[in-house]
Design a protein. Structure first.
Length: 339
């Protein structure tokens, strides 16, 4: 069933369907691509991202694995070294900790340590950061962890367009790519243009997107908090404050030029993320701005809005207070603008 159209050629597509579309198109395009992970085949994926793909492509291309992250990640990394293009799904990135030796010591470092003679074209993907009511062992954001490691590319989509374009770009990339999705976004519909739904559509890795133009303050976020920033910007616009909202899309390599150009224009910076404050993505952005030429344009200190510095509680009211809300972003903007 084609998705409902809102304007000429523009359809509403959920993030789940955008990811499914990307996997389907890339499996069809290149026979070296295959998907493996827990529940990805016969069950159609724990989050139904791989719905229909096992029926269409069979056991060789869509492979159910045991609950053994280090094992199946090692198989995937070896397959990539041998010339295939695996997509390795983690049921949550919290469980990628079981396989972090394979991700970092095997995948990330091999191209460099082999003087470029061994490429590792692999995508590690799955939900990252907090979902709802799943407590500390399922709610950590790993953007800063994986963004810290040379040899990896790290992408963090927000919209359906981001999800489809970045997954396709990641599968086609000859480097290991970590794709940090968000479970709470899977069912959210976004507008997608005809161009974004074509088989040739990719979002370049390493390029941020300005989601809303503004003149008073720059808001920089990735993943789900981009939506919170746009909501905060809509509220603040009624009070005469115009926020420029930047969707990072990629954590590594980071598009600091887009952030710098915006800060030069707005003279204020607020970063927003769901992860912890210490050594976080926002900390990196603030440091880069301070070290670069845009620092001279800041009229107030840059402000970070982050998750609370605690393991995620299970209780809903505590969980809500641990994650950045729209009101927290509005408060930070008013603080930095001194209003």
């Amino acid at each position: 069933v084609p998705p409902p159209c809102s304007a000429a050629g523009v359809s509403q597509v959920t993030v789940r369907d955008a990811l499914n579309q990307a996997l389907d198109e890339e499996l069809e395009r290149d026979e070296r691509v295959f998907l493996l992970g827990e529940e990805v085949a016969q069950y159609d994926g724990a989050y139904k991202i791989s719905r229909g793909l096992w029926k269409k492509y069979g056991d060789k291309r869509v492979i159910d694995t045991p609950i053994s992250e280090m094992g199946f990640t090692g198989i995937a990394v070896g397959a990539a070294m041998a010339g295939l293009r695996p997509v390795c799904e983690f049921m949550t990135f919290n469980f990628s900790m079981q396989a972090i030796d394979q991700v970092i010591n095997s995948a990330a470092k091999t191209c460099y340590m082999s003087a470029g003679s061994i490429a590792v074209p692999i995508v590690f993907r799955g939900p990252n950061g907090a979902s709802a009511g799943v407590a500390a062992q399922h709610s950590q954001c790993f953007a800063a962890w994986y963004g810290h490691c040379p040899g990896l590319k790290v992408v963090s989509p927000w919209s359906s367009e981001d999800a489809k374009g970045l997954l396709k770009a990641s599968i086609r990339d000859d480097n290991p790519v970590v794709m940090l999705e968000n479970e709470l976004l899977y069912g959210v519909p976004f507008e997608m243009s005809e161009q974004a739904q074509s088989k040739d559509f990719v979002v370049p890795i390493g390029k941020a997107k300005i989601e809303r133009q503004g003149t008073h303050v720059t808001l920089v976020a990735h993943s789900r908090p981009v939506g919170h920033c746009l909501e905060a910007a809509a509220v603040l616009a009624k009070e005469g404050v115009e926020c420029e909202v930047i969707n990072l899309r990629t954590i590594r390599p980071m598009d600091i030029e887009t952030v710098e150009a915006s800060v030069v224009k707005t003279n204020h910076l607020v970063t927003v993320e769901g992860g912890w404050p210490q050594f976080g993505v926002g900390a990196e952005i603030c440091a880069r701005i301070m070290e670069g030429s845009a620092f001279n344009y800041l009229d107030a200190p840059a402000v970070r809005v982050t998750g609370a510095d605690v393991p995620m509680p299970y209780a809903k009211i505590l969980e809500d207070n641990c994650l950045p809300q729209v009101k927290d972003i509005i408060f930070a903007v008013k603080k930095t603008l001194n209003i």
